[in-house]
Design a binder for this molecule. Structure first.
Ligand code: AMP
Ligand code: MG
Length: 282
């Protein structure tokens, strides 16, 4: 059996084409009509293609290719950001992945511009950077809880778009993913965390309080999609009530982004024939 063809196309997940979030079923599996076991099997097979592309990116970065990839992961608590990191990024060489998570800012971070801590973590040449939460928190949790005045968070959408355009112009391919879960699925996932000793550590009582703000978060996410889904740095809305689907979809988004970079193995900076002879004679 050869490598499987792309099971779904990125276009159908693009924020600007799917209509309002309220109309997107978090339990859907757009573009894929198989079930869980088929989806898992295809993701694993496609993982080999992803790993090959990632190795080319990494190899180029070791020689003279300055390009990189940034995957931004956003979503409500329990949406599955950590699972994407384990199950999608886990399929590629960890040397080529830089993972950053952004929690509540420290005092030092708060003393700087909101992009300061983000700029410090943008991926180096050859790396796939993964942001588990990101600069978007500064127009999500910050907007929902009025952590800064409205004119301040309002101005950030434009600042973010300018920042991402600058990243792209300097060789970083930006892919933004919103993991879209339902409120009921979140309750089930939080409940599981309370029923399994191996999951207690993931439970945060504050997550229950945040559930009260579900519709404010929905409004804030919609504003993000409406105002920051640019062709240079597109947003994709990935239905995430089925973890297997979300992982398959993100695998495909990364394969698509890396394929579009036209990566190739770097040329040697030595003479192959000369080296073969030298080695044989050694
Ligand atoms: P977790 O991802 O579960 O570790 O939670 C991280 C927490 O940090 C979430 O509740 C986020 O909303 C919060 N957080 C992340 N960025 C910011 C920010 N810029 N301002 C305030 N809270 C933030
Ligand atoms: Mg959490």
């Amino acid at each position: 059996m050869g490598t499987p063809d792309a099971p779904l196309s990125a276009d159908i997940l693009r924020a600007s084409t799917i209509g309002p979030l309220d109309d997107v079923d978090p339990g859907g599996t757009p573009g894929f009509d198989g079930g869980k076991s088929a989806g898992k099997a295809i993701r694993k097979a496609r993982g080999k293609i992803l790993a090959d592309l990632q190795e080319k990116l990494y190899a180029g970065g070791r020689i003279d290719d300055r390009r990189s990839v940034l995957l931004v992961l956003q979503g409500m608590d329990t949406a599955g950001k950590g699972g994407i990191v384990r199950h999608v990024m886990g399929m590629v060489d960890p040397q080529g992945v830089s993972h950053s998570s952004f929690g509540k800012p420290t005092d030092t971070e708060l003393a700087h511009h909101f992009l300061w801590r983000i700029r410090n973590k943008v991926p180096a040449a050859g790396q796939i950077g993964v942001f588990d939460r990101s600069h978007y928190e500064d127009v999500l949790v910050v907007r929902v809880h009025d952590l800064v005045p409205q004119d301040v968070w309002e101005s950030r959408y434009g600042t973010i778009v300018d920042f991402e355009r600058e990243l792209v112009a300097t060789g970083t391919t930006v892919v933004k993913v919103m993991l879209h879960i339902s409120r009921d699925e979140q309750r089930d996932r939080l409940a599981r965390r309370l029923h399994r000793p191996d999951k207690y550590w993931k439970y945060n009582p504050g997550d229950v309080d945040e559930r009260e703000f579900w519709s404010s978060y929905r409004t804030a996410y919609q504003a993000v999609l409406d105002r920051t889904d640019i062709d240079e740095a597109p947003w994709y809305v990935v239905p995430a009530d089925h973890k297997w689907y979300a992982r398959l979809a993100v695998t495909e988004l990364l394969i698509g982004a890396l394929s579009a970079m036209d990566l190739d193995w770097p040329d040697p900076d030595f003479d192959i024939e000369v080296e073969k002879k030298r080695l044989a004679a050694s």
